[in-house]
Design a protein around this ligand. Sequence first.
Ligand SMILES: NC(=O)c1ccc[n+]([C@@H]2O[C@H](COP(=O)([O-])OP(=O)(O)OC[C@H]3O[C@@H](n4cnc5c(N)ncnc54)[C@H](O)[C@@H]3O)[C@@H](O)[C@H]2O)c1
Length: 265
Amino acid sequence: MGRVSGRSCIVTGAAQGIGRAIGEALLDEGADVCFADMNAEKVAAVAASNEGRASGAGGMVTHATVNVTDRAQVQAMIGHSVSVFGKIDVVFNNAGVNKPMNFLDATEENWNFIMGVNGLGCMIGMQEAAKQFIRQGGPGKIVNTASIASRQGFDNVAPYCASKWAVVSLTQSGARDLAKHDITVTGFAPGVVATEMWEEVDRDLMSIGASERPGQAMEEFSSEILKGRVAQPQDITGTTTFLASRDSDYMTGQIVMIDGGMTLV
Ligand SMILES: NC(=O)c1ccc[n+]([C@@H]2O[C@H](COP(=O)([O-])OP(=O)(O)OC[C@H]3O[C@@H](n4cnc5c(N)ncnc54)[C@H](O)[C@@H]3O)[C@@H](O)[C@H]2O)c1
């Protein structure tokens, strides 16, 4: 029996990177998983490639195309998952974006794009997950992806940091409001994880003059990691499966740092 056997989960931003790894780790421990992402083709391929993994561990796999900023699409993602699995136990609000700009250059467009996906997308995901848990008669778990950028403000990514601080406050507000329905809300905060997001951030930081060569930003940014290396997505998943499991039932309103000892708060 895995830690999440028989539990039905949705993971957004699951076409690649951390979200994909979260979903695959849940499948490995017997959960049903809906991989959800706005990249329709890629998320369908990820789900298809995990069919064997799911049936081997006793779970089911499906996928949904969703833009997390669109409430109707989030409702459809939840409806689809319920139609396949019969219920939902855990929703991971993991989809996120970043687009570095120097502090004095950051624009309204940059703010609205990043806050839209990371902030509003998280709130809509929490609300629609909670409504489904309440319809089912509870309980339920919501797990949000925060960041070291939700513990410190960094100069080239101010709207991103603001959006990840928003994830922390949404986690706390949701935990306070939803406890009466037996719904817990937690989050986790990765440090530097080697994903496509970081490859793009690296390119963007070079284009705004904040670094000079590929890999420089990641090296400098992560030089203080006590564990001595950046994370792979699989470094995150022991904790995320715990947050989806009954072992974390008495936790709510908390953010777990998983950053190799980069930010000691
Ligand atoms: N990589 C890191 O170092 C790091 C560190 C801390 C936190 N995070 C957070 O972890 C989460 C995942 O990051 P990642 O590194 O795997 O990123 P990634 O860019 O590799 O993957 C993000 C996924 O989200 C999807 N997505 C983007 N906007 C969406 C939308 N509006 N609706 C639905 N899907 C959307 C993308 O298509 C993509 O598949 C994000 O919330 C990110 O902010 C990442």
